[in-house]
Design a protein around this ligand. Structure first.
Ligand code: ZN
Length: 119
């Protein structure tokens, strides 16, 4: 079974916008070489990629740490330095750095999409 509990609707007009694990999302297809899932929101009938719906890589870091981590990387800090500044393990930084590279073009969008309750 697909675990969609980490995803939320990305349509700001939707009543379930930003609500994770709300039962409104289903997988309606797959696309691309990596078979990314295409998600469908039953509440507003929007479709979007799982990358869009992922709360920033489904990470386990709190948003503020993740943001700091990415900012340090963007500022050219090394892995080790970033890990120390943010207070996470080197492995964590490496993992997110790799993901951030893969997502480079979308990074800003995902940061914006992440955590809608964060005003
Ligand atoms: Zn929706």
């Amino acid at each position: 079974m697909d675990d969609l509990s980490v995803f939320c609707c990305q349509n700001p007009e939707c009543s379930d916008y930003g609500q994770r694990d709300h039962g409104n999302l289903t997988v309606c297809g797959r696309y691309g070489p990596q078979q990314r899932r295409l998600l469908y929101c039953r509440s507003c009938k929007a479709r979007f990629s799982e990358l869009k719906g992922t709360p920033l890589f489904a990470g386990r870091l709190p948003p503020d740490k993740l943001r700091a981590l990415l900012e340090h990387l963007a500022d050219g800090c090394g892995i080790r330095q970033t890990a120390r500044l943010v207070g996470v393990s080197k492995d964590t930084v490496i993992r997110y750095a790799a993901l951030a590279g893969e997502h480079a073009g979308q990074l800003h969008d995902e940061l914006v999409a992440f955590s809608p309750s964060d005003h």
